[in-house]
Design a protein around this ligand. Structure first.
Ligand code: BEZ
Length: 211
């Protein structure tokens, strides 16, 4: 059964390139991104893992741990890391789960048989400190993911978890936000000291509250 937003992210124990992990323990009290790639020694995946390694500081700044998974075995992952480091001018700095028995891939429904019967698609799960799924995203094998978009979503999730705002289309950190409809006009001065701009009764903008 597919995981949906708000579901608990299933726990598992797995072997990774950084040793055995219990997923929930490894996540601790922070945020996590679990993402699958179809196979080792493939070009798009090589660029993706290199990109995440280079962006690790940005994820850490937001309290987010990243972990990749594929159905290839640990020896394959270890050999491939040398290629990632060499070709992407980086040093791999986050774990890759070896999932040859497809335990993790099945738990997270990462194999879509009508796309490919063997390999995982490019799934992403953002998991909150409460271990609940906050975002799911699925890309085909032929399209590398935009990890800047994941940072943008994390910024929105962390902001909206703490303030009564939502973020509009193409929002970037620092831009105006939308006052959620549950907030009454009379509550705005107390909740949003920077004020709000009403375009329609249901469309009210406020400067980003945590800036
Ligand atoms: C790739 O990472 O380049 C890739 C992997 C599986 C299928 C197609 C492309």
């Amino acid at each position: 059964m597919a995981l949906r937003l708000g579901d608990e992210a299933p726990n598992f124990k797995a072997l990774t390139t950084e040793g055995e992990i219990d997923f929930h323990q490894w996540l601790g009290k922070g945020w996590g991104i679990l993402f699958s790639h179809p196979a080792d020694y493939t070009p798009v995946c090589t660029t993706e893992l290199g990109a995440v390694a280079k962006m690790k500081g940005e994820f850490e700044r937001r309290g987010v741990k990243c972990v990749a998974v594929s159905v290839d075995p640990i020896e394959s992952h270890r050999g491939w890391i040398a290629d990632i480091n060499e070709t992407q001018n980086t040093t791999m700095n986050f774990p890759i789960i070896a999932d040859p028995d497809r335990k993790v891939s099945s738990l997270y429904d990462m194999i879509h048989p009508n796309a490919d019967t063997t390999f995982t698609v490019r799934s992403v799960f953002i998991i909150g400190p409460d271990k609940k799924v906050k975002l799911t995203l699925t890309y085909p094998a032929s399209t590398g993911r935009n990890f800047f978009e994941l940072l943008r979503v994390i910024d929105s999730l962390q902001l909206t978890a703490n303030h009564k705002v939502a973020t509009p289309a193409n929002w970037e950190n620092g831009q105006d936000c939308i006052v959620v409809t549950a907030v009454k006009d009379a509550e705005i001065p107390a909740l949003f000291p920077k004020g709000a701009r009403t375009v329609k009764p249901y469309l009210r903008y406020t400067p980003q509250p945590n800036c």
